[in-house]
Ligand binder design. Structure first.
Ligand code: G3H
Ligand code: 13P
Ligand code: ZN
Length: 330
């Protein structure tokens, strides 16, 4: 058994309480490799932001849990070396079973998500409670989910989203004992969120998708005052990256993400964790494609992953400062 406390990590309890009071959301950025982790830590130190490092099942399969845990431990040391001891959570994203959650808890994770959102309600309650009962013995925090997001989550693909039913949230939270709740109010996973044909154009010529269901969020807040709420699928799909990828040989569909103003509005509410993965993938891919197109003779990975890391850092700094509001909250 490896405790996150010995790795210099924290659970999400105090982080969320502070975020709700302060009207901001903590960034939850996914990482799978060294350059993504460096960019996250550099950006969060530069903006003095707390951070949640997210590891999906796919990341575990790709990078190995022992390596990921030690990278997270190293991330804390790296942050201190850079001059700011920011709080860092190591979180399992979309845990699919009790066994996966237990394995992460036993391997130094300070927080886990058990995603039973696709299960019948009573099965979701039973599975989530089982994970909470185990996690809380070790002071590990647990995120549950009610409502289903469209898009791809680790090999499981959902065509349509089902919004969270506010009338279920009190029962779910009190019977499971979860520390935070992910909800479905119109966000979705991946880079293909909204078809431009379903968007309207604003005065500046920017495509605006159908708004998030803030009415559902408000009803959930009314029923669970001060309880930490989580938003998945919150990438904004920056158009400059999509254009760059396609300019240099990519073939991405035209798509629109979650507008930054809507995320800012959510961050001011009891939404205290916002998950972003796809935007990081787009930023890195855009830079790698550009460098390799402009320098076809280049074959040193540092020469294309370095600029990708720099762009990623810039993007995370922007999100912390201008979107989530987590800058200067560490
Ligand atoms: O919500 C899913 C995350 O973006 C993780 O994606 O399963 O491909 O690592 P992944
Ligand atoms: P995006 O695909 O919108 O980045 O969402 C990521 C996410 O929800 C990870 O759990
Ligand atoms: Zn997610």
């Amino acid at each position: 058994m490896i405790s996150y406390k010995d790795l210099g990590l924290v659970n999400s309890k105090k982080m969320f309480a502070k975020a709700i009071k302060g009207g901001y959301a903590v960034p939850a950025y996914n990482f799978n490799n060294l350059e993504q982790l460096q960019a996250i830590i550099q950006a969060c130190v530069a903006t003095k932001s707390p951070v949640i490092l997210q590891v999906s099942k796919g990341a575990r399969d790709y990078a190995n849990i022992n390596l990921l845990r030690n990278m997270a431990r190293g991330a804390g040391e790296y942050a201190r070396e850079l001059g700011c001891d920011i709080p860092i959570v190591l979180h399992l994203d979309h845990g699919d079973s009790f066994e996966t959650c237990k394995d992460c808890i036993d391997n130094g994770f300070s927080s886990v998500m058990i995603d039973g959102s696709h299960l019948p309600y009573e099965e979701n309650v039973a599975l989530t409670k089982k994970v909470v009962d185990y996690a809380h013995k070790f002071d590990v925090t647990v995120e549950g989910e009610l409502g289903v997001l469209a898009g791809i989550e680790d090999e499981v693909s959902h065509e349509k989203s089902n919004y969270t039913k506010p009338e279920e949230v009190v029962d779910f939270v009190s019977r499971t004992g979860v520390d935070s709740l992910a909800i479905s109010i119109g966000t979705s996973h991946g880079a293909n969120k909204f078809d431009p044909a379903h968007c309207t154009v604003n005065e500046e010529g920017i495509l605006i998708p159908p708004p998030l269901r803030f009415d559902i969020l408000e009803e959930i807040e009314r029923r669970l005052p001060g309880f930490p709420i989580v938003l998945h699928g919150s990438s904004s799909v920056p158009q400059e990256y999509v254009k760059k990828i396609n300019k240099y040989g990519g073939k991405l569909k035209d798509s629109v993400g979650i507008p930054e103003e809507q995320l800012r509005r959510a961050a001011k509410s009891s939404v205290c964790k916002i998950n972003i993965d796809s935007d990081g993938r787009l930023a890195m891919t855009a830079m790698v494609r550009e460098v390799l197109h402009n320098k076809p003779a280049e074959f040193d990975p540092r020469k294309y992953l370095g600029p990708a890391r720099e762009e990623l850092k810039k993007m995370y700094m922007h999100k912390n400062t201008n979107v989530l509001g987590s800058a200067n909250q560490a």
